[in-house]
Design a binder for this molecule. Structure first.
Ligand code: NAP
Length: 265
């Protein structure tokens, strides 16, 4: 369970202005933990921060930046100078849109790799050092059931989410013995503004989880890492993990086909 004494006094939520990240911010504020919310859109960030300040007796700061930018760590490091970050939530990570790799602008593919692989590595290392020195803290990486199998038109996304899972597992093995909670929250279809955008044309029909529910599950099972799968998504996780690889890829592709057929911006 999250608590200010062990996981505060500050938390950084990367991708904290809406959806799953905003639900994490809400619960952390309820627990009395001050927040630094990071996202690109400054207006949405400020709106989220204003609502949190009005509802909770915590300090909420915002930082508008692209987590895929090469100067990201320097900017975050400057913004958190002097703050004790006891919890890192790395939430931002959705794909730019389904597209075959041969048609994908390479900048878009690399940005997704920077957002997920590079961003998670940089911030985890940066903030884990302070957590290790203090002997407490939490790192929560938001992953995806998309990590379990490759998917047509989402090759890069599936690949980076696979990184998130195994990276988080290794981090857990390194840090859990030092008193730090590490968890990869692997979720499936969850009702977020980004999902609505991706599913503009069609959706898979699989019921969507609510952001608050997956976040509550994560925060109440924080010490049961390295991988947390909310009950809503457990059946798919178990079924696909046990399948022969070719069958798993076919199933993943088929189940996402309604939306992966289209190109969205
Ligand atoms: N929703 C689902 O059905 C679903 C399913 C499986 C896994 N997931 C995972 O759950 C996480 C959250 O997904 P989501 O649907 O809410 O969409 P998302 O776009 O990954 O996350 C939204 C939040 O991240 C911020 N963000 C996105 N890209 C950013 C960037 N380059 N730099 C800084 N901030 C950035 C957004 O604000 P700005 O746009 O203003 O930057 C917003 O605050 C992701 O890791 C995703 O892979 C989601």
């Amino acid at each position: 369970m999250i608590c200010a004494g062990r996981h505060g006094p500050w938390a950084l939520v990367a991708g904290g202005s809406e959806g799953v990240g905003a639900a994490f911010a809400e619960r952390l504020a309820e627990a009395g933990i001050n927040l630094l919310l990071v996202a690109r859109n400054a207006l949405r960030l400020e709106a989220a921060a204003t609502a949190l300040r009005a509802a909770h007796a915590v300090e909420v700061r915002t930082l508008s930046l692209d987590l895929a930018h090469e100067d990201m760590l320097a900017s975050i490091s400057a913004a958190t100078d002097g703050l004790e970050i006891g919890t890192l939530v790395y939430n931002a990570g959705a794909a730019g849109g389904p597209v075959p790799l041969v048609d994908q602008p390479i900048g878009e593919a690399l940005a997704n790799i920077r957002l997920n692989v590079v961003g998670q590595t940089l911030l985890s290392q940066h903030f884990a050092r302070g957590m290790v020195a203090r002997g407490r803290g939490a790192i929560i990486l938001v992953g995806s059931l998309g990590a379990i199998a490759g998917c047509k038109n989402l090759s890069v996304y599936a690949g980076v989410k696979s990184f998130t899972q195994t990276f988080g597992e290794g981090l857990w093995a390194e840090l859990a013995p030092q008193g730090i909670n590490v968890a990869v929250l692997m979720i499936g279809r969850t009702r977020t503004p980004k999902l609505e955008q991706v599913e503009l044309h069609a959706n898979s029909g699989v019921p969507a989880a609510e952001p608050e529910d997956v976040v509550d599950y994560a925060l109440s099972h924080l010490d049961q890492g390295p991988v947390l799968v909310p009950p809503e998504h457990m059946q798919g996780f178990i079924a696909m993990r046990g399948m022969p690889r070719r069958k798993a890829v076919e199933l993943m592709t088929r189940s996402l086909e309604p939306q992966t057929r289209y190109r969205m911006d």
